[in-house]
Design a protein around this ligand. Sequence first.
Ligand code: HEC
Length: 145
Amino acid sequence: MKTSKVLRKTAIRIWQAAILCFTCTAIFPLPASAANDAPAVVLSDGWRFAEQDGESLYRASCQGCHMAQGEGASGAGHFPALAGNPRLAGAAYPVYNVLHGRHGMPSFGKYMSDEQVAEVVNYTRTHLGNHYSDAVTAADVKKLR
Ligand code: HEC
């Protein structure tokens, strides 16, 4: 085979590989975190959080957006700090947000029991620099569903 023919064939192969790569990334986009986007939470109906205690629930369901120490984040979106946030002074406010969501925040009501919502809210209000000692109960959560 002549060198020019080999070169042309190689160029075609590279071009085909490039097109294949492009098609693959278009069909299978990188996960949101890898793309440095806002963290996405996609939960199927009927799916429930397995974690039962407040800290584990916080790690599994809130930390992705509000960060490990509740410091919040800004960038692709704005995720308010829960650390030292005076809006957590009234327990009903975070309970309502967790149950029903709020603008860019997804709702967790379908994916957590009343006990789990109470646990994660109590954790958030007594940790991350917050010191609100009036704990919410599962019965309080039920009223806000
Ligand atoms: C997918 C990202 C995301 C997750 C996960 C998430 N939040 Fe949020 N949260 C937000 C955004 C965005 C806002 C701001 C909504 C607005 O007012 O525009 C917010 C607002 C809040 C607020 C109100 C803060 C304020 O200053 O008004 C509370 C309380 C809160 N979140 C608690 C939680 C708790 C507890 C969890 C876990 C059960 C959680 N969030 C999970 C994105 C998220």
